[in-house]
Design a binder for this molecule. Structure first.
Ligand code: FAD
Length: 553
């Protein structure tokens, strides 16, 4: 952590040099002494300190500066550093201005020129102010800070990515924190673009793409090798399990993930049924362990890189990324999972990511402390989401279309929900409309037995309503079911015959698609049990078929 700053501002070089020399002599061990020749120059520096989150302990400004007086400078500087001590350097004639500014800007002291000898007239005053400052100002946060509003979808996206990538950050809500607002305005020139990400070195990113952000925080986004034995698309449980086995068995392996690693499992607050974790494990923890294991064994994992196409050229499988780059390999595993089905309700679209969320949105839950939230869905993921949200929200209402949870949710979760006082289940209910200008304000519910509607206040909605496969990138290349799930192995056979265009003498391997050397595993596959253990098992098993395939190319 950088030393706190004492800043002195004076337009007369000989006065500036003299005061800086005296400050240096007494305070250089514990503070950085920074000097500026004008109020404007000083304000620019102050904005830079704030971007770096470097504390400023004290401003010592000369009142008599032609372009911007000391008081005018201090009035601006305290918008970013209200807790810093403010001292005005004055001549006798400035006394009235100094006294007036005690009330106007909370001036801590005015110091008459000359201040000689400093041991008597300067240091005792400043020592006292600095010890007061030290006692009352908490140490600043030393990491990445994200400033935005709770209602900005782009802020949510950035927070979610950092949280899911296990990168610590501090959230600054500019609607509640005037210093953060001033800093954002100074950085964006007043443009309404959010979030602003502040890094400890003073650099910033305004409304960054996930790739820019990933690059900036040092996460790999570009492939290192020119060629891979196995290219895995998707870093959910299936993709990461395949990476662990493939890399550990010596295959040149890369995983490409469009978001943060972890897949759906990574968004789960607690996975209770994965073998070997008797207390359950959070999706974030499982992901962290799997990522560490895959990388330790030699797999490359790129995040914030979306695969947009797959091409087959002889024995090469060529994967195109959305930045236009291509990766070449012998075998490809499609482990792209499923994504939530979107809910089409009037008024909802503009609120997505800003109080209406798909999935648990764990980085947001804390913002709904003491508020009223709704969970839509009746499966386990909705139950887990409701349990998680009940730690923060005052009321969690689960909306289900059917008359009970018993057909769709595991018993252990139903029991937990029943035991949780602030969760209620509203059966036979559908959302027919939502409203709110910047964030959700009301939700309209229809009872589908009586057709009666009711509009109630709501602070947030979390949606868990089933899934559609992420298989568009292989549409027209490999065979899929009517609903878009990828067909593999025996599912490809029609009346005992291999798939159309299949030229090999052997049948497709268990997890192989209708294109040799292109495999699928996990939730994106047709007919699977959609569970973490199932995805992990398929990812692991798939690697033995990849070996068998590689022997033939
Ligand atoms: C909230 C929630 C809670 C759950 N709880 C449990 C539980 O308790 N127990 C249990 O067994 N199961 C649970 N599940 C189900 C389980 O998480 C899934 O079955 C499992 O994650 C499937 O793994 P997967 O690797 O096949 O796919 P996913 O987890 O969906 O991962 C696929 C990955 O591929 C990426 N991707 C997609 N398209 C592309 C592309 N074009 N380019 C690059 N990357 C791409 C996605 O971003 C994603 O990260 C839960 C699911 C949810 C949503």
């Amino acid at each position: 952590m950088a030393k706190p700053i004492i800043m002195t501002i004076d337009d007369e070089p000989h006065v500036l040099n003299a005061i800086a020399r005296d400050l240096q002599a007494h305070y250089a061990g514990d503070y950085q002494i920074v000097r500026a020749g004008s109020g404007t120059e000083a304000l620019e520096a102050v904005q830079e300190f704030k971007r770096r989150n470097t504390p400023v302990a004290l401003f010592l400004a000369d009142q008599r500066m032609p372009a911007m007086s000391g008081v005018e400078f201090l009035a601006q500087a305290i918008k970013l550093y209200p807790e810093s001590k403010k001292v005005l350097l004055t001549a006798y004639a400035d006394t009235d201005a100094a006294i007036a500014s005690i009330n106007a800007i909370g001036l801590d002291y005015y110091l008459m020129k000359p201040w000689d000898p400093p041991e008597e007239r300067l240091y005792p005053v400043l020592d006292d102010l600095l010890s007061d400052w030290l006692a009352n100002v908490p140490a600043p946060y030393d990491g990445i800070r994200v400033a935005g509003t709770l209602w900005s979808a782009t802020s949510h996206k950035v927070k979610d990515f950092l949280a899911r990538s296990q990168i610590a950050y501090q959230w600054l809500d500019i609607e509640r924190d005037s210093q953060a607002l001033a800093l954002v305005e100074a950085t964006t020139g007043g443009q309404p673009r959010l979030p602003v990400v502040f890094f400890p070195d003073g650099s910033t990113l305004v409304d960054p793409s996930l790739r820019k952000l990933a690059d900036r925080v040092g996460m790999p986004t570009q492939a290192v090798q020119p060629f891979y034995d196995l290219i895995i698309i998707g870093a959910g449980p299936a993709g990461l399990a395949a990476a662990v086995y493939a890399a550990s068995e010596g295959l040149r392996t890369i995983v490409i993930e469009r978001d943060a690693a972890g897949g759906q499992a990574g968004t789960s607050a607690r996975i209770e049924n994965y073998l070997g974790f008797p207390q359950g494990i959070s999706g974030a923890d499982l992901t962290r362990r799997a990522m560490t294991q895959a990388k330790r064994l030699g797999a490359e994992v790129l995040t914030a890189q979306e695969v947009v196409g797959l091409r087959i050229e002889d024995s090469y499988r060529i994967v195109t990324l959305d930045d236009g780059s291509e990766l070449n390999g012998h075998a490809v595993l499609v482990a792209t999972g499923v994504k939530v089905r979107e809910l089409d309700v009037p008024g909802m679209e503009p609120l997505i990511g800003a109080s209406v969320y798909y999935g648990a949105a764990s980085s947001e839950a804390v913002n709904y402390q003491g508020r009223r939230v709704f969970v839509i869905g009746a499966a386990n993921s909705a139950g887990q989401g409701a349990m998680f949200l009940s730690r923060y929200a005052s009321e969690v209402t689960i909306l289900i279309r059917g008359d009970s949870l018993t057909k769709s949710m595991s018993r252990y979760l139903i029991d937990q929900i029943e035991r949780t006082e602030n969760i209620s289940v509203r059966a036979n209910s559908e959302v027919t409309a939502v409203s709110g200008s910047h964030h959700l304000e009301t939700i309209t519910l229809k009872n589908n037995l009586t057709d009666e509607t009711e509009t109630v206040p709501a602070d947030a909605i979390f949606i868990f309503i089933g899934a559609v496969p992420c298989s568009d990138i292989v549409a027209g290349i490999v065979e899929r079911s009517d609903t878009g799930f990828i067909l593999t192995g025996p599912d490809l056979k029609r009346e005992g015959h291999p798939p159309r265009n299949w030229t090999l003498k052997r049948d497709p391997f268990l997890l192989e698609t209708s294109v040799p050397g292109v495999f699928a595993a996990g939730d994106v596959r047709h007919g699977v049990v959609r569970r973490v253990a199932s995805a992990v098992g398929q990812g692991a098993v798939c690697v033995s078929f990849v070996h068998a395939y590689l022997e033939t190319v």
